[in-house]
Design a protein around this ligand. Structure first.
Ligand SMILES: Cc1cc2nc3c(=O)[nH]c(=O)nc-3n(C[C@H](O)[C@H](O)[C@H](O)COP(=O)(O)OP(=O)(O)OC[C@H]3O[C@@H](n4cnc5c(N)ncnc54)[C@H](O)[C@@H]3O)c2cc1C
Length: 457
């Protein structure tokens, strides 16, 4: 073994790992930043997730506007509308390369990068593929997750795209099977179907997404108008004559076969903990491979922290950035507990979703005494102006205390509109009066948010 190179702080992961690294650099620490993807610094979000997919979805939204132009008195020759798929993809990849290059430049300027896959070979000792040893006073594991490949017979031989390979396409598929009705399937399924691909989404349960049940129900109904939904478990896949087929089995054992030009896997994410030999350094994982941490994001090893997708909590970029800052501060003597109470998320599909806090099912499971209020877009002036789209704002408050427990929106701009509720929930008492008693511009969509709060009073 070569002599170890020692640093104040060692970070595994060039995605949200950059957050802990950033704060360490700011504190004047020596920092080793390790990533096995030097071509993709910035991680999943910048290269294979949030930003490139939302760049694609921007084109889907433009198409949606074009298609609904007649509803607002603008007549277009719809048959003349053309999709330049190659250009949409190339523009996305160009922007992505710029972002990753900017992040790489900063890393090489501010810290010591190691471009290799690493694994633990001893207590707080990491080894690169070419045998370099790295140790540190404090270590951060932010090694992320990758697309899970579900146990579907023949799937490897049939071939499939993941969220990573699908971004390399040059040509739009005429048809596509999406395995998985979570947010990744809902977003990419929307992108392809809005641009004219014939999309079939296979999902285990008849309602899609992991959201409040009212939101899931409306989303499934509206999304089902854009794509074909097949309920059941994909059990077998096959490729034949330039097409691929998937056999789906429902709960009663009945099978259906769907076929398309290609298959996109969107069946969950599995933590990259299996590649790190964590047992060598006393860091535990659960049965799904998520690294186990306490409320301060410390693993079972006193000097090793973990955060981001690898801990399997809320797998979102904004969450891992929040966790990264908290983990770093805790490693330097703070003792702040992680809290996901006001951690929002969005689904950038059609309809769009923005949500924060507990669902009604969570409230029931936790035995909370709660009240709900729900107001439709069509019930407020701006909602009518934009065409009374299907959608609503739903508030869940605790009876007696007026504490906001959860807020769920589905419809235009839901991902933005949720934020005033996030701010209110993040205050010490987090009561609904904070939103209810604030003046909202008229006519605007935030009035819909306030209307839900009024209705719950
Ligand atoms: C299609 C898609 C769309 C998404 N959209 C959104 C969105 O709109 N909004 C949102 O908030 N979130 C979104 N997410 C989730 C978000 O991208 C992730 O939650 C976030 O990027 C996780 O960051 P991370 O640092 O934990 O992991 P990553 O960004 O994946 O970083 C992990 C890093 O660890 C490195 N690594 C792993 N193992 C090793 C090893 N053994 N040795 C060396 N290096 C290693 C990898 O190379 C990588 O640099 C999306 C995800 C996907 C897949």
């Amino acid at each position: 073994m070569t002599k170890a190179q020692h640093f104040d702080v060692v970070v595994i992961g060039g995605g949200s790992g950059l957050t802990a690294a950033y704060y360490a650099v700011k504190d004047g620490k020596s920092v080793a930043l390790i990533t096995d993807r030097p071509d993709a610094i910035g991680g999943t979000c910048v290269n294979f997730g949030c930003i490139p997919t939302k760049t694609l979805i921007q084109s889907a939204e433009v198409m949606q506007t074009v298609r609904s132009a007649a509803d607002f008195g603008i007549t277009l020759d719809q048959s003349s509308v053309r999709v330049d798929f190659g250009r949409i993809m190339r523009d996305m990849r160009r922007a992505r390369a710029d972002n990753a290059a900017g992040a790489r430049h900063w890393v090489e300027d501010a810290m010591t990068p190691f471009y290799s896959r690493v694994r633990f070979v001893g207590d707080k000792v990491l080894e690169t593929e070419d045998g370099q040893c790295i140790t540190g006073d404090k270590l951060f594991i932010a090694a992320g997750a990758r697309a899970a490949v579900p146990p579907v017979d023949g799937i490897e031989q049939a071939g499939f795209w993941t969220n990573e390979s699908v971004l390399e396409l040059e040509r739009q598929p005429a048809s596509l099977i999406v395995i998985g009705g979570g947010y990744i399937g809902a977003e990419l399924g929307y992108f392809f179907s809005a641009l004219g691909t014939d999309v079939t989404v296979i999902n285990g349960s008849p309602t899609l997404l992991a959201e409040d049940d009212d939101v899931r129900e409306l989303f499934t109904r509206e999304f089902g108008k854009q794509v074909k939904l097949v309920t059941g478990r994909a059990i077998r896949a096959q490729a034949h004559d330039q097409r691929k087929s998937v056999v789906v089995e429902d709960g009663d054992g009945r099978t259906t076969t769907v076929s398309a030009e290609h298959i996109l896997l969107a069946a969950g994410r599995r933590p990259n903990s299996d590649r790190l030999a964590l047992d060598q350094t006393g860091v535990d994982t659960d049965e799904k491979g998520a690294v186990q941490v306490d409320e301060t994001l410390r693993t079972h090893h006193p000097d090793i922290y973990a955060y981001g997708d690898i801990i399997g909590q809320a797998m979102f970029k904004h969450t891992s950035s929040y966790e990264g800052e908290l983990a770093y501060r805790n490693s330097q003597g703070a003792h702040d507990a992680v809290s996901y109470r006001s951690n929002p998320h969005a689904v950038f599909s059609h309809p769009q979703i923005g949500a924060v806090g507990l669902t009604e099912a969570d409230c029931r499971d936790q035995g909370l005494d709660y009240a709900t209020a729900r107001v439709d877009y069509a019930d407020v002036a701006k909602g009518k102006i934009i065409g009374s789209p299907p959608g609503f704002a739903k508030l869940i408050v605790e009876r007696g205390t007026d504490r906001i427990l959860g807020f769920h929106m589905i419809g235009p701009q839901a991902s933005d509109l949720v934020h005033e509720v996030v701010v209110a929930m993040n205050t010490a008492d987090g009561i609904a009066g904070l939103v209810r008693d604030s003046i909202h511009t008229h006519p605007s969509l935030p009035e819909l948010v306030r209307a839900a709060f009024d209705a719950a009073a």
